[in-house]
Design a protein around this ligand. Structure first.
Ligand code: GLU
Length: 461
């Protein structure tokens, strides 16, 4: 077996809120790296904060990961040899590790808490913040060769608490103990944890454990303005994308590009190609900026590539829920409409508005289109002409429609294209939509002539 298959990475979320885009991206980068090297992707739930953890958050998290296709090799629901994978079930392990430090003198008790003792020369300094004297330590600087940030040097200056006086272990301690116990070789996490890494490194060394390879990935900035994306920002929660019928492949592809790129111009990439190209060298040092337009346009691209059956399978319940379809909707007609609309539709979410006029006569008219098209001085003249021309087309199919309209335009020295907006508006109330002549054939001759007649009628009043 190659050495790379020994790689073990973990995603270690605290289930205290929703599944945020930043967490999802951290999970994704761990997953990508594991798949790239053929290693193991562990999911560990850091649920030590009893007051803030909820079952609901855990459910949303697991669902979100599954939706994105980020399957884990060890962790909740799948098990594995390094469990349990919930920190709330690992109290005995933490106590044993604490006792090791107490026994070796690297930890001591004070005020009911357990403290980690730094090595180095101790001295007293005045703390401006606390307005009192404190004991400080000249500890050896910790050097971390971060796979993304490069060489990072930092030193701790004071002993720190590892068990609170409530008896609960703190994050730094359990995080490191579990990384040791679970044999984690690479710690890939958000840059907001970089400042914790020197504490973590001190703990690894105190246990005589080798340091994992750290890789701190850049923050995700909000769409505009300064600051990192927060839970409250539009587009921040993975479950929103699921609710809005985004394609998970598209969201995942977009998340890959938040802080990583294949060093060429490719953006839309099959996940197999991303897995192959993914490594730490491709991760940017600079922060990534969230761009919802780019995400939406990637989603549109993925949507257009779906087999029409899959597109229909996604569209149907959304159209039914929006009451565009009723129970009696003709399946054959629906399939034709969807096939026609797929190449132009922007999202599943917009479909009800985009194609409602195929299913109802009382469709709304776009105000801008009304002004621009129904306001044309030749509007009724063109409608009259279209009624006359289209009544005679038999069979009502694209080549015939094209030939009839073209011949009439040639005879009059007019341009066919100048009639199209009028035709489309009368049939749909819109200025844009699927290809026009195929749309006529899907609507069918009777519907087309009836709508043209109604439009003429309305124009006359
Ligand atoms: N529970 C921590 C978090 O959610 C994990 C940090 C880490 O990956 O080491 O931020």
């Amino acid at each position: 077996m190659s050495e790379s298959s020994q790689v073990r990475v973990r995603f270690a979320p605290s289930p205290t809120g929703f599944f945020h885009i930043g967490s999802a991206r951290t999970a994704l980068f761990n997953w990508l790296y594991a798949r790239h090297v053929g290693g193991t992707f562990v999911l560990r739930i850091e649920d030590t904060d009893k007051a803030r953890n909820t079952d609901e958050s855990l459910r949303v998290l697991l669902e979100g990961m599954r939706w994105l296709g980020l399957n884990w090799d060890e962790g909740p629901e799948v098990g594995g040899g390094a469990g349990p994978y919930f920190q709330s079930q690992r109290a005995d392990i933490y106590a044993a590790y604490r006792d090791r430090l107490l026994a070796s003198g690297r930890a001591y008790e004070k005020d009911g808490a357990v403290w980690f003792r730094l090595e180095g020369e101790r001295y007293t300094a005045y703390d401006d913040f606390k307005k009192s004297e404190v004991e400080k330590v000249r500890s050896k600087p910790i050097v971390i060769e971060d796979a993304v940030r490069g060489r990072v040097e930092r030193s701790e200056e004071t002993d720190f608490v590892i068990f609170r006086n409530t008896g609960d272990p703190v994050f730094h301690f359990v995080n490191v103990v579990d990384d040791i116990e679970m044999g984690i070789t690479h710690v890939i996490r958000g840059e907001d944890h970089l400042s914790n890494t020197s504490k973590h490194a001190e703990l690894f060394q105190a246990f005589g454990a080798p340091l994992p390879q750290f890789a701190h990935i850049p923050l995700i900035l909000k769409q505009s303005g300064p600051g990192k994306m927060s839970k409250r920002d539009q587009g921040a929660l993975i479950e929103e994308y699921a609710k809005r019928h985004f394609l998970p492949e598209a969201v995942r592809n977009y998340l890959c590009l938040l802080g990583w790129n294949p060093k060429d111009d490719r953006e839309k990439m099959p996940i197999e190609d991303i897995i192959e190209a993914f490594d730490f060298k491709g991760i940017n040092k600079g922060n990534a900026r969230f761009d919802e337009r780019k995400l939406s346009s990637l989603n549109t691209e993925y949507l257009r590539e779906l087999p029409v059956e899959s597109f229909a399978w996604l569209a149907r319940p959304v159209l039914a829920e929006a009451k565009v379809l009723d129970e009696a909707a003709d399946e054959d007609y629906l399939q034709k409409v969807l096939k026609l609309c797929q190449p132009k539709a922007r999202s599943i979410e917009d479909l009800p508005d985009y194609l409602a006029y195929f299913f109802r006569e009382d469709f709304t008219q776009d105000p801008k289109a009304t002004k621009k098209i129904a306001g044309r001085s030749d509007f009724t003249e063109v409608l009259d002409l279209l009624v006359a021309l289209l009544s005679d087309v038999e069979p009502f199919e694209v080549p015939n429609l094209e030939a009839t309209l073209q011949a009439a335009a040639d005879a009059q020295g007019a341009k066919v294209f100048s009639w199209f907006p009028v035709l489309r508006f009368a049939l749909s109330g819109q200025s844009g939509g699927p290809d026009l002549l195929p749309m006529l054939t899907v609507l069918g001759k009777d519907r087309v002539l009836a709508r043209l007649a109604r439009s003429l009628d309305a124009a006359a009043h």
